[in-house]
Design a protein around this ligand. Structure first.
Ligand code: PGA
Length: 260
């Protein structure tokens, strides 16, 4: 189980330190649950220093598909890796929506991330109109297929997919556990077709979209939900800690069930 905090364009030079320290504290007893935070690029270094030697790993929210060059304002995968980042969120719906990121661009970034040994957290998800029209499976399948085109994977740990229905992001609306499970199972099936059973069964598929301490346990209990990508609720260490605890409870419950 992986619990990832997407801080988006939030915090400042001092509050990022305070939040990171809080998350470290909340993660001390996380057991087998892995925790990562993705601060804004300008604070990666500062937050990385706080996380150094702790159980919490560092992630970024985006990167360019190329390694270096005349791309004013951009940041490369190599740069993120050299700073100690382990993860990078790619293809978040806010990037697709506000910055015109296309499936082809997401695919280029995913390939580059894997090449420089970052683990991409690839975001997919339908918007409200698409769900109302009953097209959610078709939309997500197309995003997944595009994102995963043209490369092979040697380990299921080299890639993460996050199902984030756009209508649930920052809205307080959450997919029901049944809706989430349905889409996660579809994503795992597509990954199985592309990379085979071994990769598919070990792959982490995260749910994102208004996950809170109230709904986390039900969502994380679903068979194909292997963690959460959390925006709003990751900006308060105590609240984020409650989601980590929910993940731990689910892990412990399933381990007890499998040994009895
Ligand atoms: P939210 O954001 O938890 O605030 O809905 C999730 C995300 O966009 O990753």
């Amino acid at each position: 189980m992986l619990i990832a905090g997407n801080w988006k364009m939030n915090t400042d030079a001092s509050s990022c330190v305070e939040l990171a320290r809080g998350v470290v504290q909340e993660s001390e007893n996380a057991g087998v649950v892995r925790v990562t935070v993705c601060p804004p690029n300008v604070f990666l270094s500062t937050v990385g220093t706080v996380l150094n030697g702790t159980r919490v790993s560092l992630g970024a929210q985006n990167m360019h598909a190329l390694g270096s060059g005349a791309y004013t304002g951009e940041v490369s995968g190599e740069m993120l890796h050299s700073l100690g980042c382990r993860f990078v969120i790619l293809g978040h719906s806010e990037r697709r929506q506000h910055f015109g990121e296309t499936d082809a661009e997401v695919n280029r970034k995913v390939k580059k991330a894997i090449k420089v040994k970052l683990v991409p957290i690839v975001c997919v998800g339908e918007n409200l109109d698409q769900r109302r029209a009953g097209r959610e499976r078709e939309v997500v399948a197309s995003q997944v297929k595009y994102a995963l085109e043209g490369f092979t994977l040697s380990s299921s740990n080299a890639l993460i997919i996050a199902y984030e229905p756009v209508w649930a992001i920052g809205t307080g609306e959450t997919a029901s556990p049944v809706q989430a499970q349905d889409m996660h199972a579809l994503i795992r099936k597509l990954v199985r077709q592309q990379f085979g059973e071994k990769i598919a069964s070990g792959l982490h598929i995260l749910y994102g979209g208004s996950m809170t301490p109230t709904n986390a346990k039900d969502l994380l209990s679903e068979k194909d939900v292997d963690g959460g990508l959390i925006g709003g609720a990751s900006l308060n260490a105590d609240v984020f800690g409650q989601i980590i605890q929910a993940a731990k409870d689910v892990e412990q419950g399933s381990r007890t069930a499998s040994t009895t």
